[in-house]
Design a protein around this ligand. Structure first.
Ligand code: PLP
Length: 395
């Protein structure tokens, strides 16, 4: 029997949808022009660029001239934060962020602190991963130039009170950037209604190609150029545009916008089934993050008496691709900074498992996990002396 391949890691990346790929292909071959060229080939590329810009803008209720294409979410985060920091140095050197941001934001803030004399406040979050609006407001001072708080968290899926944060920023005349890499295209976003000045987005989280994304910059926002060179992107982001990927990203945004209600409803349903099935069948299990304000496709389970990496290995053997909260990519086994920030003790943070569903997930996939995960957890727990003690006590 062929081994099952079940992808449950849509927050890490998504496959490119067929309609997206079909739209991209001609721009790799027939319409390969440079969008800056004067001739017909150039104009074809430029028209495609303009169309995609409109599609991205339409997803978030921005104007097309407020969308700047970048090489993805990481570049957008770096540009927004450094760009605002350098352009507003005369006004102040204070930035406010949260402890649960993606490293694209946290490491940029740390860099500004270490090498450029900026001061950064890292806000706490509550047990669900939400920032405290009172602490945010109290942290603002005369020198504050930027608030950068993510729209939705990539590990635990918590959606922040973005509208309220936008209002606080506006009332204090501080710029507001949000990393919406996980949110833009997965939930409804209206940048105007939410008072967002800058917003990072990425294509490969919404069924577009990798290595392409955008930064929304509200008209009139002062920030430095990040990539210097030619006059592309209205002189703000140099480099020959990656037209095939931009076309793909535009199409992915168009599809996301058109299917938003369906997408949210069907992912929420699958996620609910998964949560119910696992909590019913596996004792000593919790869901990390908020149950209400959560990305539709995200589940993050906490299993007591267990190590996340063991689960991943055993699930991979069953053909299930999942993710843990531990940042073990660097060779260290430090638990996730997000799970630590929501107050989980080390051992609980190590026993976390992120399962993220997407547009190609089926009910049958969820059934397969509900059937196969409990024995995996039981086997791993059987190696834990503590679990043994608890089980014996409850006999
Ligand atoms: N921000 C968040 C919240 C993310 O989840 C990611 C990617 O996982 C990024 C930024 C980086 O985006 P990209 O992979 O497009 O560089």
């Amino acid at each position: 029997m062929e081994k099952r391949r079940l992808y449950m890691d849509y927050s890490a990346t998504t496959p490119v949808k067929k309609e997206v790929l079909d739209e991209m292909m001609p721009y790799l071959t027939d319409y390969f022009g440079n969008a800056s060229s004067f001739h017909t080939f150039g104009r074809e590329a430029k028209n495609a660029l303009d169309k995609a810009r409109g599609q991205v803008a339409n997803l978030i209720n921005a104007k097309p001239n407020e969308i700047y294409f970048t090489a993805g979410g990481t570049e957008s985060d770096n540009w927004a934060i450094e760009g605002v920091a350098y352009a507003n140095k005369a006004k102040g050197n204070h930035i406010i962020t949260s402890k649960i941001e993606h490293h694209a934001v946290l490491h940029t803030c740390e860099y500004l602190e270490k090498y450029h004399g900026f001061e950064v406040t890292y806000l706490d979050v509550d047990s669900e991963g939400k920032v405290d609006l009172k602490q945010l407001e109290e942290s603002i001072k005369d020198t504050t130039i930027l608030i950068t708080i993510m729209f939705a968290n990539n590990e635990i899926g918590t959606i922040q009170p973005i509208k309220e944060i936008g209002e606080i920023a506006k009332a204090h005349k501080v710029l507001f950037h949000t990393d919406a890499v996980q949110a833009a295209g997965n939930i409804n976003i209206d940048v105007k209604e939410l008072n967002i000045d800058l917003m990072s987005m990425s294509s490969h989280k919404i069924y577009g190609p990798k290595g392409i994304g955008a930064l929304y910059i509200k008209a009139g926002t002062k920030l430095h150029t990040f990539v210097h060179g030619g006059a592309q992107e209205r002189r703000r982001r140099a480099g020959t545009e990656n037209i095939p990927s931009i076309v793909g990203y535009g199409k992915a945004c168009e599809i996301a916008k058109a299917n938003m209600d369906n997408h949210i409803a069907s992912l929420t349903k699958l996620r609910g089934k998964l949560i119910d099935g696992i909590l019913k069948n596996i004792p000593y299990t919790t869901v990390n993050g908020s149950l209400e304000n959560r990305l539709p496709g995200n589940v993050n389970f906490g299993f007591e008496f267990i190590e996340g990496e063991g689960i991943l290995l055993m699930l991979d053997m069953l053909g299930i691709a999942a993710s843990s909260g531990s940042a073990c990519t660097s060779g260290s086994l430090d638990p996730s900074h997000v799970l630590m920030a929501i107050g989980l003790p080390h051992e609980r943070a190590h026993g976390s498992l992120r399962l993220t569903v997407g547009d190609f997930t089926t009910e049958d996939d969820i059934d397969y996990i509900i059937e196969n995960l409990p024995p995996v957890i039981e086997r791993l727990r059987s190696m834990s002396p503590l679990y043994d003690q608890i089980k014996n006590k409850n006999k």
